[in-house]
Write a protein that binds this ligand. Structure first.
Ligand code: MN
Length: 228
């Protein structure tokens, strides 16, 4: 036993379909990975290199639990995304080897304090507090990669109170799952337990307390959370 001077933090984890927990080390997120979303955010969707930001592992909301409306925002936006869970890590991973590192997939939400993010963009400040706040990453159950062998296609949809808000397909990702893993592994040494939120399609919008968010990635699974 290590000689910790306070109790060691709990390991964050996400439930797996059929039982068990996937322990989460870090959460990486890709920005602007669908052309129509880049356009709605006022950017040029040309194939510039992917860029990344992070959320703390303990920002996950699992098991269909409620998401508390965060403090210090009047514009909480949903971003429906495919989440990739890495079972093995590495640096300088080749694109053709990248999917071998994937343990599984899940549907996830990259919840965003859009007003704080807009302010951060304007003032050239970091995104941490607009993206990496408490409870900012609701996630559905993980499925093993063998259940979803081809992450280059699959419908992705988010409903808010039953109405479709985001609807797209993984075939529209600017940077594929394999390309994203390869690229990110040149910036950091990836590790078992790392999650990658792969970016959101168009249709992002604000939610309020009482809204029920239901997402699905075809072939992967669903997620559900209520804003409280
Ligand atoms: Mn996102």
């Amino acid at each position: 036993m290590a000689d910790y001077v306070i109790p060691a933090p709990q390991v964050a984890a996400a439930p797996v379909v059929g039982g068990g927990l996937f322990p989460v080390r870090r959460i990486f997120c890709v920005g602007r990975n669908y052309a129509e979303h880049a356009r709605e955010m006022g950017s040029d969707p040309d194939r510039e290199p992917p860029f990344f930001f992070t959320k703390p592992a303990d920002s996950l909301v699992t098991g269909g639990a409620d998401m508390p409306y965060p403090t210090e925002t009047n514009s909480l936006h949903h971003e429906m995304e495919l989440v990739v869970a890495l079972g093995t890590g590495g640096a300088d991973i080749a694109e053709e080897d990248a999917l071998k590192h994937v343990w599984g997939y899940a549907a996830g939400l990259d919840m965003t304090r859009r007003d704080l993010q807009d302010e951060a963009k304007k003032t050239r400040r970091p995104w941490d507090m607009s993206k990496g706040f408490d409870h900012s990453a609701p996630i559905g159950m993980l499925v093993p990669a063998s259940h979803f062998p081809d992450p280059t296609r699959g419908k992705l949809e988010l409903r808010v109170n039953g109405a479709v808000r985001q609807s797209s397909d993984l075939s529209k990702l600017i940077w594929s799952v394999a390309e994203t893993i390869a690229y990110l592994s040149r910036l950091v040494r990836l590790a078992p337990g790392d999650l990658i939120f792969t970016g959101t399609p168009e249709g992002v919008a604000a939610v309020v307390r009482g809204d029920v968010l239901e997402g699905v990635v075809e072939g992967v699974g669903t997620l559900r959370t209520k804003i409280v």
